[in-house]
Design a binder for this molecule. Structure first.
Ligand SMILES: [Fe+2]
Length: 293
């Protein structure tokens, strides 16, 4: 087991997630602390911090330790007025939640974001959990026969696979329309390995999501559709998951290559407000951090 000198790390489940304690994110943190958080993230795919009453500016200051942040344009989500790296995700009676699908952020991009960080600003009194999936556990959980079939496959990932669905239609009208068109035009379908080797841990990840994986090259249309349905069901197995119950001030940070997430939409019409940012590249991993053993 990795020894952590500066933080405590409590696994949330055997395959996915860990809670990190012993840290106040309102205060400056050292590089040594960041390296330990990074090691925990690499080992558990997603890490959680409780009771962190940080402002959007403090959230971005913390996140920048791990890499440069995406400067967003207004599309599906509002941006924070003073901190435009932070998306303000508001779901309420007038804005029903439609993020109840398994995905990793940025899968549809030529260069997907390394990580995302979500803070519960105003969670609902009941419901609104987020389910996280370990894609290393999902890959290891397939049979040898299916792994042999998928091992070297390339898949097509498409922004419009999700955003052309009827549930997302409201984003194509009103103030978000211009941003959606820009996102669509900037993100034509791209290809990625279906089972990439993680650049830090060396582990294989089943880089698949029901929302953005459009097809698998080398399979015919019917085989690809059937494989999509099979992998969608496979990734939804509870054995690969951890379901986080948010409290105000809970922060989750996840690795977008080795995990999926799903926002459970059982709280509507109550209100749920979250602050999200994305980290473009893994600054610590690129320096040669070694994942926890
Ligand atoms: Fe997401």
């Amino acid at each position: 087991m990795q020894d952590y000198a500066h933080i405590t790390v409590e696994p949330a489940s055997r395959n996915c997630g860990a809670f990190i304690a012993g840290i106040d994110l309102k205060k400056p943190i050292t590089e040594a602390v960041c390296r330990e958080i990074h090691a925990a993230l690499m080992r558990h795919q997603v890490v959680f911090f409780r009771d962190q009453d940080v402002t959007p500016l403090e959230q971005t200051t913390f996140a920048r330790h791990f890499g440069p942040l995406r400067i967003k344009h207004r599309s599906a989500f509002e941006l924070h007025d003073d901190t435009p790296e932070v998306s303000v995700i508001v779901n309420d009676r007038a804005h029903p939640p439609y993020i109840d699908h398994y995905h990793a952020d940025g899968m549809f991009r030529a260069e997907p974001e390394f990580a995302s960080m979500l803070k519960a600003e105003a969670p609902p009194a009941m419901g609104g959990d987020t389910i996280f999936v370990s894609l290393t556990a999902a890959w290891n959980g397939l049979s040898d026969a299916l792994r042999a079939t998928l091992d070297d496959k390339i898949a097509v990932y498409d922004f419009m696979k999700l955003h052309s669905t009827p549930e997302k239609a409201r984003n194509w009208t009103g103030p978000s329309r211009e941003g959606m068109i820009k996102s669509r035009d900037e993100n034509p379908p791209v290809q990625h390995p279906l089972v990439p080797k993680h650049p830090v841990t060396g582990e294989r990840c089943l880089y698949f999501s029901e929302s953005f994986t459009a097809s698998i090259l080398g399979l015919n249309k019917y085989e690809s559709e059937a494989m999509h349905a099979l992998l969608t069901r496979h990734c939804a197995k509870p054995e690969f998951q951890y379901r986080l119950q948010w409290r105000k001030g809970t922060i989750a940070m996840w690795d977008n290559l080795s995990s999926l997430h799903y926002a459970v939409a059982d709280y509507w019409p109550d209100t749920r407000i979250m602050h999200r940012l994305t980290i473009l590249k893994d600054a610590i991993g690129m320096k040669g951090a070694v994942a926890a053993e």
